[in-house]
Design a protein around this ligand. Structure first.
Ligand code: C5P
Length: 294
């Protein structure tokens, strides 16, 4: 077992396309989605200690529970369950810290990024005893977005969103409009079902738009089937769409809104337009890396 402190990083995501299909037997919805990681990092630090503890720092840290309901603690426990299944000695107790940059409960997979970084850190503690496939398997049992946070970059997700194929994509620049309010992912999916909203198939044309990298062409491809559901729960989000961005889209289940821009200069302008409406925002770029040690 490795000694000392281990640090790992994973990134938040936006969904450039999110098509929602029927509910599956396991209660999840069938999805067709394009995930893209953005350069908002969640950093996890683990140090073997006398007892298990969790501290959270960074953006909106006070909004995240530090008890057993935290996904990082669930990841630690699930990892130990997996080690027991394969007759491996358990992990020691750990002092864990999370430094958050991804908006909390914003539809950007901040919690899933924590879990992905935690899986990388725990495996490093075991000198990378588990394979990548095993980490993806443990991650997928904890949440549908965790496998993507492990592989990162840009990827097509099907199934629950956890069956992934990497996709070639040129860099993109976004402004993320933040919301003071939060949305619960299950509630947004339930609203989608209740409103009997349409289901959109992923068009092949999006792959070319991503590979070519013309923001104006990509802008025409952005789509989210969950958007009407998120907007019906939080109608004030519509204000975030009134900018000169090429296109804006609710990210995942919301409530953050991702606005596609020409470049960083344009993004700064869009951020100013949002600020004039009292909407705080972050300028971000697409990120090619998956979860990794730092
Ligand atoms: O897997 P995760 O905990 O991230 O998902 C949160 C919730 O979002 C699920 O419990 C489910 O209600 C909803 N969901 C869904 N279909 C998906 C992904 C998430 O219905 N493919």
């Amino acid at each position: 077992m490795k000694k000392g402190t281990i640090r790992a990083r994973a990134y938040g995501k936006i969904n450039l396309f999110l098509g929602v299909g029927p509910v599956r037997e396991d209660g999840y919805h069938q999805l067709e989605t394009i995930f893209q990681a953005v350069d908002l990092a969640e950093d996890i630090t683990i140090t073997p200690a006398a007892e298990l503890s969790l501290e959270i720092t960074g953006r909106h840290a006070n909004l995240v529970p530090t008890d057993d309901s935290n996904l990082v603690i669930k990841t630690y426990k699930r990892f130990n369950e997996y080690l027991a299944e394969i007759a491996h000695a358990p992990l020691p107790p750990l002092a864990i810290t999370i430094n958050k940059q991804v908006p909390v409960a914003g539809g950007m997979a901040g919690g899933s990024a924590d879990a992905a970084a935690m899986l990388m850190a725990l495996n490093a503690l075991l000198d990378n005893f588990l394979s990548r496939a095993e980490l993806l398997h443990i991650g997928s049992s904890l949440g549908a977005d965790i496998p993507f946070c492990l592989i990162g970059g840009t990827a097509r997700g099907t199934g629950r969103g956890d069956e992934l194929v990497s996709v070639l994509a040129k860099p993109t620049t976004w402004v993320i409009a933040l919301s003071h309010k939060h949305l619960s992912t299950p509630e947004v999916f339930k609203t989608y079902d209740r409103l009997q909203l349409p289901s959109t198939a992923l068009p092949d044309s999006i792959y070319q738009a991503l590979a070519k990298g013309h923001p104006q062409t990509l802008a025409k491809q952005l789509h989210n089937d969950l958007q009407p559901a998120a907007l019906s729960l939080l109608p004030e989000l519509k204000k975030a769409f009134q900018t000169t961005a090429l296109a804006s889209i609710v990210s995942g289940s919301g409530p953050t809104v991702a606005a596609l821009c020409m470049d960083h200069y344009h993004a700064d302008l869009v951020a100013e337009e949002l600020m004039a409406e009292n909407i705080p925002s972050l300028v971000v770029a697409s990120e090619t890396r998956g979860a990794h040690l730092i």
